[in-house]
Design a protein around this ligand. Structure first.
Ligand SMILES: Cc1cc2nc3c(=O)[nH]c(=O)nc-3n(C[C@H](O)[C@H](O)[C@H](O)COP(=O)(O)O)c2cc1C
Length: 372
């Protein structure tokens, strides 16, 4: 049986924290997790979303699932958007209930770019920085399908897309969110612009590291414009997925430059995802986090593979200000209480991650240890 000790409420993951203009009562952040539950017409968040986030309102900060900035950003089945009035109203219900329960919640802004599929786009080809197939798969209503060669965005389309991020961010504010997070990890539109293998442009958005970064920095400025103070975070990772995105010395050096440049932006935080744990390197990627801690001078949220002990150790060492958890929050809605009480964690069921419906979404129990 676990024991309660006075020290358990003094652990670093439970200390308050300021992230820009966000005030967190604890440093246990809920990481963004796509759950594919917006199955109805119009990709609108529902009462099920309100229940799911309400159950997790104890997080120091909730970062929602990636959410479409526009119709042409769509690239994964049953994911909600934030571009229509119906979606804004659905999200308002979510933010109201989270705030009523004492929580804080930011919306993650997502655009899949070339990693989408014509099935999501009424048969049209996805847009990307250049006409290069990222050779990924897209989760469609009929299962995973290979990506296709996208159409290279025109300068006007880039401008429109940056503006869409700005409108989506303003919509998030109208929906009652506390801020937004720019999704710049994985194989999606922003990493496509950052990566020289997919961005072959020779105009102002490609050809040099500074020009490849321009799309991201314009998106960050557009997302920040509707908010007073610092309420925009950026989620980044130098580790893209194979095959097109495997990091090398060149992309890692470019990434250093990008992180350094973000020092000059009015961000609430940088949310850094380390390398995936592997059999050769089973723990979280502390070395990468230490590297970016030296380069970035603002608040840092660390992610990927952490648990209570490793999360507390990272914050205690000063390597990050907060730690985010995705899989643990999926299966443990009361994760912060479990950390405070030193209780064991439940395991989630990956088969239900994207299945739809209430099962595996809002039916994970709170810790029943005391009832046993
Ligand atoms: C089901 C699932 C959905 C995810 N969806 C997103 C997403 O929408 N946006 C994002 O940035 N990361 C997403 N991720 C990645 C997680 O935020 C996180 O980086 C990853 O799970 C590693 O953290 P963990 O070890 O705490 O689970 C997702 C992960 C899972 C398991």
């Amino acid at each position: 049986m676990s024991t309660l000790t006075p020290a358990s409420t003094e652990q670093p993951l439970l200390r308050p924290l300021g992230l820009g203009d966000l005030r967190l009562p604890n440093r246990t952040v809920m990481a963004p997790a796509t759950r594919a539950r917006a199955a109805g017409v119009g990709l609108v968040p529902t009462e099920l979303h309100a229940a799911y986030y309400a159950q997790r309102a104890g997080a120091g900060l909730i970062v929602t699932e990636g959410t479409w900035v526009s119709e042409r950003a769509v690239g994964f089945a049953h994911v909600p958007g934030v571009y229509s009035e119906e979606q804004v109203a659905g999200w308002r219900r979510v933010t109201d209930v989270v705030h009523c329960l004492g929580g804080r919640i930011v919306l993650q802004l997502w655009h899949t770019g070339a990693a989408s599929h014509p099935d999501h786009l009424g048969g049209r080809r996805p847009l990307g920085p250049s006409a290069v197939d990222p050779r990924e798969t897209s989760f469609t209503a009929e299962g995973r399908k290979p990506t296709v060669t996208p159409r290279a965005m025109t300068p006007a389309e880039i401008e429109e897309t940056v503006a869409e991020y700005g409108t989506a961010s303003a919509n998030a504010r109208r929906a009652g969110f506390d801020g937004v997070e720019v999704h710049a990890v994985g194989s999606y539109l922003i990493p496509q612009f950052l990566n020289p293998r997919l961005n072959r442009r020779t105009d102002g958005y490609g050809g040099t590291p500074a020009r490849r970064r321009r799309f991201l920095t314009e998106v960050v400025a557009a997302a920040a414009a509707p908010w007073p103070g610092r309420r925009v975070g950026v989620r980044l990772s130098p580790y893209w997925t194979a095959p097109c995105f495997a990091p090398d010395a060149r992309t890692l050096a470019e990434f250093d430059g990008l992180v350094d440049e973000l020092n000059g932006r009015p961000l609430a935080y940088l949310h850094l995802r380390g390398r995936d744990p592997s059999p050769a390197s089973p723990g979280p990627d502390v070395a990468a986090l230490e590297r970016y801690r030296r380069l970035y001078h603002g608040p840092l949220i660390a992610n990927n593979g952490f648990d209570r002990a490793s999360g507390n150790a990272l914050i205690a060492a000063g390597t990050a200000d907060a730690v985010s958890f995705a899989t643990h929050f999926i299966a443990n809605p009361d994760l912060v209480s479990r950390f405070a009480l030193g209780q064991e964690l439940a395991a989630g069921d990956p088969a239900t991650y994207y299945r739809g419906g209430a099962e595996g979404y809002v039916d994970y129990p709170v810790c029943a240890h005391w009832a046993r």
